[in-house]
Design a binder for this molecule. Structure first.
Ligand code: FAD
Length: 346
């Protein structure tokens, strides 16, 4: 068998917070390995809103989800973390020597002195459209996320859903300058939408202007032209039936968070979140930390900047586990020669 990878720190999850955890550990001179079940880094930022703007990252007035992730990758580059993508961390057990024995779905094994659970909402799964047989169009005409908005240029796009994600995408497609779809239809089961007030106002404007067509109905079936998904069959609120032609169907019926294997690791949980001490972000298992959306403490807010703070304090708290002789001192990146050496900016 391949020997396990020995490491001072293992990070579970390569979302924005897992990535920033690499940076904060690096400043403490601790090298990390990072595992993510997705084939790419960035977590929700890449998976759910790569092309949408974020306005509340301190010092970055606006950047898209993808840009934030690119900047984080640039920022952590000096610390050369090893990424293990496309594999889910399945088990975490205490080894005889006190380290953590961690195994992934593809058989990679680690022996880690510290573990940082940055698993976000866990392995999140979009809620599927419940129409028997429609799944065969998945990733060709049926999508649960937008990987590349430009791919819908010139097409008849139906966005299904009544919440923020559906409305944001309908608005995005109707207002984008480049690569605009030929027609944008928002499909929802009733004429009531749940979203931020500004989003609702914008939708009303675009609806009045004819830029977004709103169709009220419940999908009950579909029709094909040869191999192609051609139309949805809808039941209107009055019980009558109609069809809606389309090229692409984007479904945003919400996500069901699946905590997945993290729930099996013996960590104390609170409503599917991992309980931490907010001074150290340590879980109920000494040496295992939890940061970002997955952690819970009084006052927790699921925001990226909160996750960055959590990763910072967790890195400080991890130092004695890696080197019991060393004290984690506060140093400034502006002036510390030691941090400059670690960052490679001497
Ligand atoms: P995530 O981004 O969820 O990443 C967790 C990663 O862990 C995932 O990649 C997952 O695959 C992986 N993972 C989970 N379990 C395992 C396992 N067992 N093995 C391997 N990998 C695993 N926040 C803001 O601050 N500002 C905003 O403007 C903003 N806008 C948002 C817009 C939308 C549409 C959404 C959905 C969220 C928004 N957020 C925003 C919230 C923000 O995206 C989250 O707070 C942030 O992504 C949390 O980062 P994270 O690293 O903790 O988790």
């Amino acid at each position: 068998a391949v020997p396990p990878i020995e490491t001072d720190a293992l990070i579970v999850g390569a979302g924005p917070v897992g990535l920033f955890q690499v940076f904060e550990l690096g400043l403490q001179d601790i090298r990390a390995h990072v595992v993510d079940s997705l084939p790419h880094v960035g977590g929700q930022c890449t998976e759910l809103y790569a092309d949408k703007p974020i306005y509340d990252i301190p010092g970055v007035p606006v950047c898209t989800g993808r840009e934030l992730v690119e900047r984080l990758q640039q920022q952590i580059a000096p610390f050369g973390a090893s990424l293990h993508l496309g594999q889910e961390v399945r088990s975490l057990e205490r080894a005889a020597d006190g380290r953590f024995d961690v195994a992934t779905s593809t058989g990679t094994r680690f022996l880690a002195r510290t573990v940082f659970v940055a698993g976000g909402v866990g392995s999140f799964q979009p809620k599927a459209l419940r129409l028997p047989g429609i799944e065969r169009f998945a990733d060709t005409q049926l999508f649960y996320r937008v990987a590349n908005a430009a791919a819908f240029a010139g097409r008849q796009v139906v966005v299904a859903g009544g919440g923020d994600s559906a409305l944001d995408w309908a608005i995005h497609f109707a207002t984008t300058e480049a690569a605009r779809p030929a027609r944008v239809t928002l499909l929802h089961r009733r004429d009531e939408f749940r979203a931020l007030p500004a989003t609702l106002r914008r939708l009303a404007e675009l609806r009045d202007a004819g830029a977004v067509e709103v169709v009220i109905g419940q999908p009950t079936g579909f029709e094909t032209d040869g191999e192609r998904l051609a139309r949805l069959v809808l039941m209107r609120p009055d019980g009558s039936s109609t069809t809606l032609a389309l090229d692409d169907l984007l479904v945003f019926h919400g996500l069901s968070p699946k905590l997945g294997p993290i729930a099996e690791w013996g960590l104390e949980l609170d409503h599917k979140l991992v309980t931490v001490n907010p001074a150290t972000f340590e879980t109920s298992t000494p040496g295992v930390f939890a940061v970002g959306d997955i952690c819970h403490y009084p006052g927790k807010r699921k925001l990226i900047l909160c996750g960055f703070h959590e990763a910072t304090l967790a890195a400080f708290a991890a130092v004695p586990y890696v080197d019991p002789e060393r004290r984690a001192l506060l140093q400034y990146t502006t002036s510390s020669p030691q941090l400059h050496r670690l960052l490679g900016v001497e």
